[in-house]
Design a protein around this ligand. Sequence first.
Ligand code: SF4
Length: 454
Amino acid sequence: MNVIATSVFDIFKIGPGPSSSHTLGPMKAAGRFRQACAGLKKAALEKATAVEVSLYGSLATTGKGHGTDRSVIAGLLGWDPETVDPDAFDPLGTDPKAVYTFCAGKKEIPFRAGDIHFDTTPGNLPHPNTMVFRLKAGEGILLEQEYYSVGGGFILCRGEAEHPRPIPPIPYASMHQLRAQMDRLNIGLVELLRRNEAVVSGLDAERTDKGLDAIIDAMVSAVERGLATDAILPGPIGLARKAPVLLRRAQTIPDSPERFVILLNTYALAASEENAAGHRVVTAPTSGSSGIIPGIIYFAAKHLGISRELIREGLLVAGAVGGITRHNASISGAEVGCQGEVGVASAMAAAMIAHIRGCGMAVIENAAEIALEHHLGLTCDPIGGYVQIPCIERNAVGAVHAYNAYLLASAGDPARQKIDFDAVVEAMLETGRDMSERYKETARAGLAVCSIRC
Ligand code: SF4
């Protein structure tokens, strides 16, 4: 069995927005290339004169809007995505004359934003998000590495399998197998996930909780920053933030079903707008979909009185849903469209809500299934390649949709559910394979084109 060995900390990663595949992944790849260069022999490094990066596929067509060049520069400079200072990060790459220093060991090599090339030439690529890094000595190449940003901030180097991880003690490769293991061992979902997490990440319970708390805190602060900022979002669209406007509206109306929905929308928008601004967010499972789970967590803690421990558990449950989907399909908009980003985030959130509302495994699975089922076929067509329209509102809609999926799942007899989660994941993969490449984060179809014509 090709088991899932994904840690919850692989799914939820702190880093700058707006796109895990176009921002976080390239930043990590540039950082890995920097380390690889530092490992070259001193005599080779002495000859180095330049560093050059080529971006292909979706990274080339929408990389400008996603700030891929800025992220590559930050990675080449050796900055850490988790601790990057937004004030220093924002201006990177904006001045074509600015000279940066790439340090390979003790060797310092100057480079500019112009050394990062967006190559939109059509061709057969090994992956829709391909990038090539070169360390040069004059016209010669000292080191060349090809990376693929495979979604959710995960990267692969050419010829490299995913990093081998310890096999979890309770292995599973699908939702069906996860359920079977729970039945076989007669243990609860969270107990099973915690046992596996301890082996896969190597963290004891205390350190796991500390890590989960850091994720929750980063999510909460993204929501709170978004609620407190009225600024126009960066980029040529000139999009005004909506979260503070909705919050003010919610504050004027009494507790009611309408206020409930407004607040759920508001919190998801707030985190998503912070992502669009390129600020620090948490992939959940991607940056483009990083408003949904933080919005629900914020809502649950503030308005439903859900405890920190239950929210930690909810993250583990959501992480398991994301891990199963990534293992058997994809969480990358460039591979399967937005169904793999907002659709999966909504499924993860629905499972999380079901858990924190005290539901059992059958309802948790059904909630995730319903949420993903009704995102099948969702394309990725961001206007101008900016993670703003339709992405930001789509996060708000995805959060409300997740709550609705939980309500639907918890209303009926779970045993009567006709479609299981694994089936809908398979359907998502098949739909993604049939989807035209133009609808996979290229900004060459759908809204990205029609909005210009209108
Ligand atoms: S449309 Fe969806 S998949 Fe595409 S960039 Fe926006 S959030 Fe990501």
